[in-house]
Design a protein around this ligand. Structure first.
Ligand SMILES: [Zn+2]
Length: 458
C-alpha cells in the first residue's frame, strides 16, 4: 500500500475565505510561539522542551489566547508536531534549522488530520458548518488519511488529500530503454526518440523582468504594490504549471512505453551549484522528472535501474567499450579511436545506460538484493570505474566481464526483437506477481524471471 497525494482546487466563499485565513494565522501563531519557546529554553537551560511537552503546553497557550479555541484543535496540535518534525530533520541533517513562519509569505497552509468529509463537489472540515466548494477532477483511488489546505501566492486555494492508493500494474511491454537527461535535449532515449527541452523559464524571463521591475517601483504597503505582486506571482505560477504539465506527460509516456527504464542517478541539487549551468538545469526540472518516473513506474509495475552517476556513459564507446578520456562537455559528437564508430554524445550515453542497465539488472537479480527505499528500483553496479581501469581487475573478473559483454549484446538484441512474453510463461501469471507485492518482496518479479529464464539459469 502506497500513500499518494491528490490535489484539488477549492473555491471558498468570502466568509469561508476569512475562516481559512484565520486558520492559517492561528496555526502559524502556534508554530512560531513554540519555536520561540524552544529557542529560549535552550538558551537558558541548555535543553529544549520535547514535542510532547509542547503539546501539553498548548492547552495553557489556548487559555492565554481564547480565539485559538475557535479553530480546529487538531490542526493546532499538528502545527506543534510539524515543528517537532522540523527539529528532527535538522538534527538528522536532512534540513535546515526551522525558521519563523511569516504572514507575508505567499504560501500558507494548515492540516486537518481527522473528521473531514469529501462529497465530490464539497469539502467539510471541523468548525466550519458549510462545505467549501471544490472541483474533484479525479477519484481518490483509496481511503483518505489526512488533508492539507493551502493557499498559493497568486491567491488560489487547494486541498491535498493523502490517500492509500494501490497502483494498477500495466500490461507488460517487451521494451528496455536507456535514458540520458540533459539541458540541450531533455531526454535522449536509446531507441532514438528525443524529448526536446522547452525552456519555459527562459521564454518567460522578459515578461517576468518587466513585472518585477514594475513591482520594485511601487510604494510600500500600497494597493498597487499588492496588484503588481500578484502579477509576478501569476507569471511564476504559469511557468511552474507549464513545466509540471510537460514533465507529467513525458514521464507518463516513458513509463507506459517501457518495461525497464535505465537512468543515471544524477545528483541534480549538487549540479545546480554550478553557476554556469544552474539556472538552465533548474529550468529543465530533471530532478522532478526522475521523481515522477520512479513513482509512476512503481505504480505501473515497471522496473527502474538507476546507474551510478560516476559511470562515464558519454565517454564510453557503446560498441567496443573503449573510454575516450579527452571528451569535453562541448564535444557533441566524437569518433571512437578503437573501432572508428562516429557517436552522437547523448545517443551513445543512452545506449550505454541501456546496456549497463540490463547487465546491472541481471547481476543484482543473481544476489537478489531488494531495495527497501523504493521497492521497484535499485542502484546499478559501479561499472564506470571498473571498465575504465582494467588493471585493477583480477583475471577472473576480467573473464566474467568478457563473457558478460558477449551475452549482454545478445540479450539486447533479444529484448529488442520481441522475445519477452512468448518465451517466458512467468509473464502471464499476474496473480502471482501481486501476491509477491503484498508480501513485500522486491517489486514484480516479472523481469527477474524473464532475465533468469532465458539466461538458462532457472
Ligand atoms: Zn569503439
Amino acid at each position: 500500500m502506497t500513500l499518494r497525494g491528490r490535489k484539488f482546487r477549492l473555491y471558498p466563499t468570502a466568509e469561508q475565505a476569512v475562516f481559512l485565513e484565520r486558520h492559517f494565522g492561528c496555526t502559524r501563531k502556534v508554530y512560531n510561539h513554540f519555536l520561540e519557546v524552544r529557542e529560549k529554553t535552550y538558551k537558558e537551560t541548555g535543553k529544549s522542551p520535547s514535542t510532547l511537552e509542547c503539546k501539553r503546553r498548548l492547552v495553557e497557550f489556548k487559555e492565554q489566547f481564547p480565539f485559538l479555541k475557535e479553530m480546529n484543535s487538531q490542526s493546532l496540535q499538528r502545527s506543534v508536531l510539524d515543528l517537532g518534525k522540523a527539529y528532527d530533520r535538522f538534527f538528522t541533517k536532512l534540513g535546515k534549522y526551522p525558521r519563523f513562519k511569516s504572514k507575508k509569505n505567499g504560501h500558507q497552509s494548515f492540516s486537518v488530520p481527522q473528521n473531514f468529509r469529501l462529497t465530490g463537489n464539497k469539502l467539510f472540515i471541523p468548525k466550519l458548518k458549510t462545505g467549501i466548494p471544490m472541483v474533484q477532477h479525479r477519484p481518490l483511488g483509496g481511503p483518505s488519511k489526512s488533508l492539507t489546505i493551502s493557499k498559493t501566492p497568486s491567491g488560489k486555494y487547494f486541498v491535498s488529500v493523502l490517500c492509500e492508493a494501490e497502483g494498477k500494474p500495466h500490461k507488460i511491454v517487451d521494451k528496455v530503454v536507456g535514458l540520458d537527461g540533459g539541458i540541450k535535449t531533455l531526454l535522449k532515449s536509446s531507441d532514438g526518440k528525443h524529448t526536446p527541452n522547452p525552456r519555459f523559464m527562459k521564454h518567460a524571463r522578459k515578461s517576468l523582468a518587466r513585472a518585477q521591475r514594475s513591482l520594485s517601483r511601487k510604494r510600500k504597503d500600497g494597493k498597487n504594490r499588492a496588484k503588481a505582486k500578484l502579477r509576478v506571482a501569476r507569471l511564476h505560477e504559469h511557468v511552474a504549471n507549464q513545466r509540471r504539465d510537460y514533465l507529467h506527460k513525458t514521464s507518463r509516456r516513458v513509463v507506459d512505453d517501457n518495461q525497464v527504464i535505465c537512468l543515471e542517478d544524477l545528483f541534480v541539487a549538487g549540479m545546480m551549484r554550478n553557476h554556469c549551468l544552474g539556472a538552465a538545469l533548474a529550468d529543465t526540472g530533471l530532478g522532478e522528472l526522475k521523481r515522477q518516473v520512479l513513482y509512476k513506474a512503481s505504480d505501473a509495475g515497471r522496473r527502474v535501474v538507476e546507474l551510478s552517476r560516476w559511470y562515464a556513459s558519454s565517454k564510453t564507446c557503446s560498441v567496443c567499450k573503449c573510454v575516450n578520456h579527452s571528451l569535453t562537455l562541448s564535444d557533441r559528437t566524437w569518433t571512437c579511436a578503437n573501432c572508428g564508430v562516429l557517436h552522437d554524445r547523448d545517443d551513445n550515453a543512452a545506449q550505454n545506460l541501456k546496456q549497463e542497465g540490463i547487465a546491472g539488472l541481471r547481476e543484482n537479480l543473481k544476489v537478489s538484493k531488494p531495495s527497501k527505499r523504493l521497492p521497484l528500483s535499485f542502484k546499478g553496479r559501479r561499472t564506470g570505474a571498473a571498465l575504465s581501469s582494467p588493471a585493477r581487475e583480477t583475471a577472473s573478473t576480467q573473464h566474467t566481464r568478457a563473457e558478460q559483454a558477449g551475452s549482454l549484446k545478445q540479450e539486447a538484441i533479444r529484448v529488442s526483437s520481441n522475445v519477452w512474453g512468448s518465451e517466458c510463461p512467468a509473464f502471464q501469471c499476474r496473480e502471482d506477481v501481486t501476491e509477491g507485492n503484498k508480501r513485500g518482496l522486491l517489486g514484480p518479479p516479472l523481469i527477474e524471471r524473464g532475465v533468469l529464464s532465458w539466461n538458462g539459469k532457472k
